[in-house]
Design a protein around this ligand. Structure first.
Ligand SMILES: C[S@@+](CC[C@H](N)C(=O)[O-])C[C@H]1O[C@@H](n2cnc3c(N)ncnc32)[C@H](O)[C@@H]1O
Length: 243
């Protein structure tokens, strides 16, 4: 069967899941697109609920549903190039886990969230934790930017620093309030890096409640949140591995 009508109910559901966070939360489902992401899900044992391919693409098989390419392009982040997408159940870990964890507070840009997931996986972080005001890691832009890491790193939600693996390290751009990250003693078995919002940074109560406060010494005022997380993950994972 090929979906050829824009009013098809499966297509409508795909549109809802890609367009609206609330629809994803209610359904507990999200969409990933592109053969690489589908392969990443398979590699990490994350089964698809439904699989769709562009009619005539030669992709697919038993259990796949074909969609007219123009209709698939409408719901795609990638536009007319998309050949495959699939629906997955969202998974939230009951709590953030270590040894290494990244906690985000107010990181609202989905591209940054996805990039941080990708870096977290690259540097062996066990989980990424989401505080208030963050973009949905299961949204299409974040999933895309994660390059499959959304299927690899445990995702958790918490507002409480007490739930995070310790020590908690607040990353701040302000040179006067923090030691350089490389000067901290980080040789214990675990740590959590706290990353703040693009405009406001971390709120004072988070910085005050953190075990340690650190900055990455740079020549300008600040790095983008995902870049700062990546540099901090490099430094911290290297030192934890040595310690
Ligand atoms: C664009 S920055 C926020 C800048 C914000 N205007 C401020 O002054 O805090 C976004 C986040 O990236 C991290 N960050 C950026 N540059 C950093 C640096 N040089 N050292 C440590 N963290 C940094 C912090 O966690 C910050 O909350």
């Amino acid at each position: 069967v090929t979906i050829t009508s824009t009013h098809n109910s499966q297509l409508k559901e795909l549109r809802r899941l890609t367009a609206r966070r609330r629809a994803r939360d209610l359904a507990g489902r999200f969409v990933a697109e592109g053969e690489d992401l589908l392969a990443a899900a398979d590699a990490h044992g994350w089964p698809a609920v439904e699989r769709y391919s562009a009619a005539g693409s030669g992709l697919g098989g038993r259990g796949w549903v074909e969609i007219e390419p123009a209709l698939l392009a409408e719901i795609s982040e990638l536009g007319s190039g998309t050949r495959a997408l699939a629906v997955y159940e969202t998974r939230w870990a009951p709590a953030p886990v270590g040894p290494l964890c990244v906690h985000l507070h107010g990181v609202g840009d989905p591209g940054n969230v996805g990039t941080i997931l990708r870096s977290a996986a690259a540097f062996g972080a066990a989980s990424v934790s989401f505080g208030p005001g963050c973009a949905d890691p299961f949204g299409p832009k974040a999933v895309r930017a994660s390059m499959g890491a959304v299927f690899e790193v445990a995702l958790a939600r918490t507002d409480e620093l007490a739930q995070l693996p310790r020590p908690t390290v607040a990353l701040v751009a302000d040179p006067d309030s923090a030691q350089p990250l490389h000067a901290l003693t980080l040789d214990g078995p675990s740590a959590t890096l706290l990353i703040g919002a693009e405009r406001e940074g971390l709120p004072a109560e988070i910085v005050d409640g953190a075990d340690l406060v650190a900055r990455i010494p740079i020549a300008t005022h600040s790095l983008n949140a995902a870049m700062a997380a990546t540099v901090a993950l490099y430094e911290t994972s290297r030192r934890m591995a040595r310690g």
